[in-house]
Every structure is written in structure tokens, then in C-alpha cells.
Design a binder for this molecule. Structure first.
Ligand code: GUN
Ligand code: FE
Length: 464
């Protein structure tokens, strides 16, 4: 609920060896970053240290480092359809728009073009970690792993598994699905072997997976020291009814996954719009994370996820763009929509006491887009905020960059840079604002034009 702002601060990042990319020190009230580094490790000489001074460069502007976004749910393969969904809802949207596009990515040339584009687009929007669905195709999924690695984006890459209730042109047998999943996992872990690019097992959703397939995937995940798992849960009312008719022996949609061993600390569940209280308790007990996808939920009219209700129960919640159920690759746009959806829930909340409580603040939405996502993925010890020992996964934001959509007026700039002079002499001066207000202006009006640079694990991955 609060953003911690550090001024006059130096950050030391290790750029080689086993610690490569990790934050070594954070020194507030820094006078000289070079001295801070030498104080941290007296064996370092000036030749070992590269000082990059963003502070003096940005002294008169509203510029700051911000943790990179963690997109906990995005279908890389669906990016060509971003914005194309008409008035469809989930199940007809899948049939009409989604399956035909995904099937076309069996062609590696098509897949390469799409995957390159989506990785560049998310990076320039400040996403340092993305949790991707690809398609059922193993070779195209490996290609996606190579593209993420070459671009320097941290990624979890999942080959989609579907052996049931799927079109003839886009389906696999149970055996094929398990074997090609294992093939992709082995490729990413042993051949690509980039610590930033991890496999994630991806049963699409219960209707497109047999019980044997889901159990097989859970076994595969456990046998490799608990791999990450991702799927969709309780997105749309018709989907939920369909699941209960397909799995009548299960108590709930969440119980379908749980009975197959798929609910773990390393599991990310997209949507969770219509969870029952029992299902929420189950998700909480298993320690699985929720990926809230508010743009998607509004676009294909799935519903409004009760984020406050989930958070109040101790469930880890992150945000997902869910391209192309969601039309935007931007996590900032997704965070804005999360805030607005919470206001819609507040308007409908009959309990006056709770009305305020269900609203998400700017600070909370930004938390969900960064640390919330890291926690949902059970990776908060590696990234999501600026802490010693974490990876330096960072954006350099300039609220007033060239072409910026955010207008900061001269008297407002003084909120950000305390040394700036107030030059207004009217009897009724324009209202002064706080740093939090500048952040809010960026939150509501900013976009990729404010993302000047992006580093992942200390390596520059995007520069405007
Ligand atoms: N449920 C099953 N597949 C999908 C998908 O591709 N996107 C969304 N939003 N929901 C799904
Ligand atoms: Fe999705």
C-alpha cells in the first residue's frame, strides 16, 4: 500500500561471475558511487567499477528507477490478434479467433516473426519477466526460448497441452502432449541452459485436458524438482458449467486441478474470477498464485476478479496482460485496468464499510505489477523489488521524456526535485503536488515512451 522512494541513492550491481546481475549494495545518502563500491569491497579498484550516473543526468527531470514488470500470463502466440475479439466471449472467442491463429504457428517462420515481435513489444513496455503460453508445437516453443534468451528477457516458456475437446486441426494425443512437453523441458534446461529462461508446464485449461494428461504433467513437474505450472481457472460462467459436466466427480473447478496434483506453490492460475469461497481456500492452502488479467476480463466480458477478497485471504496475486484476451502488451495499462475494475466492484459493493476497502490504490496496482507477480510465481527472492541479493531487473522511467503523454507543469516538478525553485508569484499559486502525485500522473497517463531503458539481470535489454 505504500511506495518506498529512495533519493540520492547508489545501487551496486555485480556484472560477472556467479553473482552476475544481482544487487550487491544499496546505499542511501550516497555522496560518491565509486566510493560506495570500494567501501563495499575493498579489493575492487577503479578499473573494476563502471559508474553510470543517472542521478545528475536526471536532476532537473522527473526520472527514476522502477522495478521491471512481471507479466504472469501472456499468450505470445496470440499477439497478432491483439485488439481483435469483436463481441465474443471466452468459448466462441477460442473457436473463432484463437485456435486458428495458434495452429498457424506450426510454421516456424510465422512463429519466429510473431515471437520476436511480442518479446520486443513487452520489453519496451518495461516487462522484465514474462510467463508465456506458446502453442502445442514443440519446435516453435523451443524457438521462443531462444528468442527470449537472445533478447535478454527473463521468461517462463510453456508449450500448450491439449488432448481433449479441441478442433481436429489443433489437438494432440495424450502421449504426444506429454512427450513433446518433456522434449521442450529438456531442451530449455539442458541445451539452451539460460538461467533466465525456464520451462513451465502448461495444461491449457481443464476442458482441453484429459485427467491422464493433467496427472502426467503433475508427475513430470514433480520428477524435475517441482517445475512451474500454469493454467486457466474459473474465467467464465459457461466454462465453469462445462468443466462441471466434464468432471462430475469433482467438487469444483479448482478441485479438478487439485485432484490431478496440479495445485502447487509453483502454480500460476489465470483469472480466478468466479471462485467459490471453498476454491479460494484450496488455492490458498496449496500456495498457488493468481494471475489477475483485468483487461482480458473486461474485453471478453468474463467478469470482475475480486482482488481484495483474494488478497485478504493471503493469496498471492500478480497481473497478466493475457494477450490476446487482453489487447495490450503493456503491464502499466493492465495495472490501470486493475485499479479501475476494483472501483467498479466498489460501486457495486452493498456493504458501505467495505466500499473503500475493495478499491486498489495506485501503489497497490504497481505492487501487483511487480512484487505481486514475483510472489505469484514463487520467485520473490529473485526479483520484483530493489533488495540486496535480488536481480537488477529495472526500468529507467522518465515521466517527461520526449514525446511523453504526461505533462508535468513547472511548479509540479518541485515535488520531485526538492532543490527546484518555485517561481510562481501569483497570490493564489497553483497547488503543489507530492512525489506520489507525480507517480500517479505517470501511472494514469504514461506508456512505453516513458521507458527509457530496461535492464534484466544487470544487462541492458532495451534502450529508447
Ligand atoms: N482458456 C483456455 N484457453 C484460453 C486462452 O487462450 N485465453 C484465455 N483468456 N482463456 C483461455
Ligand atoms: Fe489466457
Amino acid at each position: 500500500g505504500q511506495v518506498r522512494i529512495r533519493t540520492n541513492t547508489s545501487i551496486g550491481v555485480c556484472l560477472e561471475g556467479a553473482q552476475c546481475g544481482t544487487i550487491q549494495f544499496i546505499k542511501e545518502d550516497s555522496e560518491n558511487p565509486l566510493e560506495d563500491a570500494k567501501e563495499f569491497d575493498s579489493s575492487l579498484t577503479e578499473n573494476d567499477i563502471a559508474v553510470v550516473d543517472y542521478y545528475h543526468q536526471s536532476l532537473n527531470s522527473t526520472s527514476f528507477f522502477f522495478p521491471g514488470y512481471v507479466d504472469t500470463h501472456i499468450h505470445a502466440s496470440q499477439y497478432p490478434n491483439a485488439g481483435i475479439f469483436g463481441s465474443s466471449t471466452l468459448l466462441d472467442w477460442l473457436e473463432t479467433y484463437t485456435f486458428p491463429l495458434e495452429a498457424s504457428l506450426n510454421d516456424l517462420e510465422v512463429a519466429g516473426v510473431v515471437y520476436q515481435k511480442v518479446v520486443q513489444r513487452t520489453l519496451r513496455n518495461g516487462t522484465t519477466t514474462a510467463t508465456y503460453f506458446t502453442t502445442i508445437d514443440a519446435e516453435a516453443t523451443k524457438l521462443m526460448g531462444r528468442i527470449c534468451s537472445a533478447a535478454g528477457q527473463r521468461a517462463l516458456v510453456g508449450k500448450v497441452c491439449m488432448d481433449s475437446c479441441s478442433p481436429d486441426y489443433y489437438v494432440e494425443s495424450t502421449q504426444e502432449s506429454l512427450e513433446s512437453t518433456e522434449d521442450v523441458v529438456n531442451y530449455l534446461q539442458e541445451e539452451l541452459a539460460d538461467p533466465k529462461v525456464l520451462p513451465i508446464l502448461t495444461p491449457r485449461f481443464a476442458p482441453s485436458c484429459s485427467r491422464d494428461l493433467m496427472k502426467g504433467l503433475a508427475t513430470e513437474a514433480r520428477s524435475k524438482g517441482q517445475l512451474h505450472i500454469q493454467t486457466h481457472l474459473s474465467e467464465n460462467v459457461n466454462e465453469i458449467e462445462w468443466v462441471s459436466s466434464l468432471f462430475p466427480e469433482c467438487e469444483s473447478y479448482a478441485d479438478v486441478y487439485d485432484s490431478c496434483g496440479l495445485l502447487t506453490k509453483k502454480t500460476v492460475l489465470a483469472h480466478c474470477v468466479h471462485l467459490t469461497p471453498e476454491e479460494a481456500r484450496l488455492v490458498q492452502r496449496r500456495g498457488a498464485g493468481v494471475s489477475h488479467c483485468p483487461i482480458s476480463n473486461s474485453s471478453i466480458t468474463s467478469g470482475e476478479c475480486r482482488v481484495r477478497w483474494l488478497l485478504d485471504q493471503g493469496i498471492d496475486v500478480g497481473l497478466g496482460t493475457d494477450v490476446s484476451g487482453g489487447h495490450a502488451c503493456s503491464m502499466l495499462a493492465t495495472a490501470r485496468q486493475a485499479l479501475l475494475v476494483s472501483r467498479h466492484l466498489a460501486m457495486k459493493e452493498p456493504d458501505v464499510e467495505r466500499k473503500e476497502h475493495v478499491k486498489l490504490s495506485v501503489e497497490e496496482a504497481l505492487y501487483l505489477a511487480t512484487m505481486g507477480g514475483a510472489r505469484a510465481l514463487d520467485m520473490e527472492s529473485s526479483f520484483g523489488s530493489f533488495e540486496v541479493g535480488k536481480q537488477f531487473d529495472t526500468q529507467l522511467i522518465d515521466v517527461e521524456s520526449e514525446g511523453s503523454n504526461v505533462d508535468v507543469f513547472p511548479w509540479q516538478r518541485s515535488a520531485f526535485v526538492s532543490s527546484a525553485k518555485q517561481s510562481v508569484s501569483k497570490t493564489l499559486p497553483p497547488p503543489s503536488i507530492t512525489v506520489q502525485d507525480v507517480l500517479a500522473k505517470w501511472f494514469f497517463n504514461g506508456d512505453d515512451r516513458n521507458v527509457m531503458k530496461v535492464w534484466v539481470g544487470g544487462k541492458l535489454a532495451h534502450s529508447l
